[in-house]
Write a protein that binds this ligand. Structure first.
Ligand code: CP
Ligand code: NVA
Length: 303
C-alpha cells in the first residue's frame, strides 16, 4: 500500500528515526542516493506562497535525479474549480509523487485518497510535518539525540507548527511544551493524539499559558509567526507575553538552542538579538529542509 506523509504521526517512531538517519546521510553526501533517476517527475503544488519549501523541494528532487514540476494553484485548473479527486487521478498517471501546500487538512487527505502515488504535506493550516522533520534533524545534530530532550514552543499554539511539534516531537520521545494564550489553545484532538504517542515513546506533552514555566530548563526554544498565511489582519496582542527574547532565553538551559521555521518577524514573535544570536540554529534548520525532504521522498518511494 502506498505511503503518504500528511501529518507527523504518519511515520512510526522507528520510521521517523530511519528517515532522520537517511537525512544525515544526505547531509554528508548530497548525492548518496538517486531514487528519481530517469528522470522521474514529482509535482510540487502551491496554494500559498513559499520560499524555503519551494526551493528545497526543487533542489532536492533534482539532486535525487528527478524533475520537479512546480505548479502554483493560481495558474492551474485546481485554482479554477477542478476537483481535487480529478486532479489526483490525472497527476498519478504522470508523476511519481505529489507534494502539496494547501489550506485545509481535508484537502490533502482527499488528494491522498484519490491517488496511487505518495502525497506529501508541504504545509496545511493544521500541520507542517516536513518542517518538523528538518527541525528534528537540527536538534539531533545539536543535542546528539531526540529522546528525552525538552522542546518549548511559544506563541500561536493553534497553528501548524505547534501541532507538528506536538505530534513529531512526541513521536521522537521528546518532552513538548506549548506555551500559548489560554484562549487560543492547540487543537484538542492533536494534543490528545500527541499525549497518546508520548505515553508509548517516553515523551510528554504540556500545554500552558505560563511562558516562563515552559521555558524553565528547556533544551530547545521554538516559535513561529503570530500571523500565519491566510490570517492577515489578525489581532496579535494576546501573543505578546510569549515573545522569545533574551529574558525568556535566560530561563532555558544554558546550552539551549533556538529554532524558527522562518520567515521571522523580528521584534514580534522573536527578538533580533535571539534570532541573530549565538544560540540560534535557524540557518541550519532551513538548510535541513533539503536533506530531510530528500530522505522522506526516498523513504516513501521505497515503501
Ligand atoms: N518554513 C517554511 O516553510 O518556509 P516557506 O514558507 O518559505 O516555504
Ligand atoms: N505558521 C506559518 C508557517 C510558515 C512557514 C504559516 O502557516 O504561515
Amino acid at each position: 500500500m502506498v505511503r503518504h506523509f500528511l501529518r507527523d504521526d504518519d511515520l512510526t517512531p522507528a520510521e521517523q528515526a530511519e528517515v532522520l538517519d537517511l537525512a544525515a546521510e544526505f547531509k554528508r553526501d548530497r548525492f548518496a542516493r538517486r531514487p528519481l533517476e530517469g528522470p522521474r517527475s514529482v509535482a510540487v503544488l502551491f496554494d500559498k506562497p513559499s520560499t524555503r519549501t519551494r526551493v528545497s523541494f526543487a533542489v532536492g528532487i533534482a539532486e535525487l535525479g528527478g524533475h520537479a514540476l512546480i505548479v502554483d494553484a493560481a495558474g492551474s485548473q485546481l485554482g479554477r474549480g477542478e476537483t481535487i479527486a480529478d486532479t489526483a487521478r490525472v497527476l498519478e498517471r504522470q508523476v511519481s509523487a505529489i507534494v502539496w501546500r494547501t489550506s485545509g487538512q481535508e484537502r490533502i487527505e482527499e488528494m491522498a485518497d484519490g491517488t496511487a502515488v505518495p502525497v506529501v504535506n508541504a504545509l496545511t493550516d493544521l500541520f507542517h510535518p516536513c518542517q518538523v522533520l528538518a527541525d528534528l534533524q537540527t536538534i539531533r545534530e545539536v543535542k546528539g539525540a531526540l529522546s528525552g530532550v525538552t522542546l518549548a514552543y511559544f506563541g500561536d499554539g493553534a497553528n501548524n507548527m505547534a501541532h507538528s511539534y506536538l505530534l513529531g516531537g512526541a513521536t521522537a520521545g521528546m518532552h513538548v511544551r506549548i506555551a500559548a494564550p489560554a484562549q487560543l489553545p492547540p487543537d484538542a484532538a492533536v494534543v490528545e493524539r500527541a499525549a497518546e504517542i508520548a505515553a508509548a515513546t517516553g515523551g510528554s506533552v504540556t500545554v500552558t499559558a505560563d511562558a516562563e514555566r515552559a521555558a524553565a530548563g528547556a533544551d530547545v526554544l521554538a516559535t513561529d509567526t503570530w500571523v500565519s498565511m491566510g490570517q492577515e489582519g489578525k489581532d496579535t496582542s494576546l501573543y505578546e507575553p510569549y515573545a522569545v527574547d533574551e529574558a525568556l532565553l535566560a530561563k532555558a538551559a544554558p546550552d539551549a538552542c533556538v529554532l524558527h521555521c522562518l520567515p521571522a518577524y523580528r521584534g514580534k514573535e522573536i527578538s533580533a538579538a535571539v534570532l541573530d544570536g549565538p544560540q540560534s540554529v535557524v540557518w541550519d534548520e532551513a538548510e535541513n529542509r533539503l536533506h530531510a525532504q530528500k530522505a522522506l521522498l526516498t523513504w516513501l518511494l521505497e515503501h
